[in-house]
Design a protein around this ligand. Structure first.
Ligand code: FES
Length: 146
């Protein structure tokens, strides 16, 4: 009975090994970014209760985007106080921007418009912008998830 272990590797066997290694590396290189896209993002980011820096210097009608936990949040100063809404459009997740001149949130992706209370005025979003809890303590303003 011949012993295959003593034979030198054949050229074909070497090429098969290289081909298998290349296929494996290509599969891993494609699979990892795909899984990272599909896998839910790890909860991270900043703290769940955030002080709005410079809130006392914001003029009525002015807004700013902050991060609360892992979420982008737009804080707007109205005449009666501060309000905060998720900056993530409820259509496909683009970030909305506060437009002081029209007192509305605009989504650049599909031209959606939300009013100053986060309600859908026009466009494809199926739901209003989720509201965040705002607490004013003295001249400090804190925003947290509901
Ligand atoms: S993602 Fe905002 S309107 Fe489509």
């Amino acid at each position: 009975m011949p012993n295959d272990m003593n034979k030198p590797p054949s050229r074909r066997g070497f090429l098969d090994l290289i081909l298998a290694l290349g296929t494996f590396i290509t599969t891993v290189a494609v699979a990892i970014p795909g899984l990272m896209y599909l896998w839910p993002a790890a909860k991270g980011g900043g703290p769940d209760k955030v002080e709005v820096e410079g809130a006392s210097n914001m003029a009525p009608g002015q807004g700013k985007t902050i991060q609360v936990g892992s979420q982008a949040v737009v804080v707007v100063r109205h005449r009666g106080g501060f309000k905060a809404y998720s900056a993530v459009c409820t259509h496909l997740g683009c970030l909305v921007k506060w437009e002081q001149s029209s007192k509305s949130f605009l989504c650049p992706c599909h031209a959606a418009v939300f009013d100053e209370n986060g309600k859908v005025v026009s466009g494809p979003p199926p739901a209003p912008l989720p509201e965040f809890v705002v607490k004013e303590i003295g001249d400090k303003v804190f925003v947290s998830a509901a």
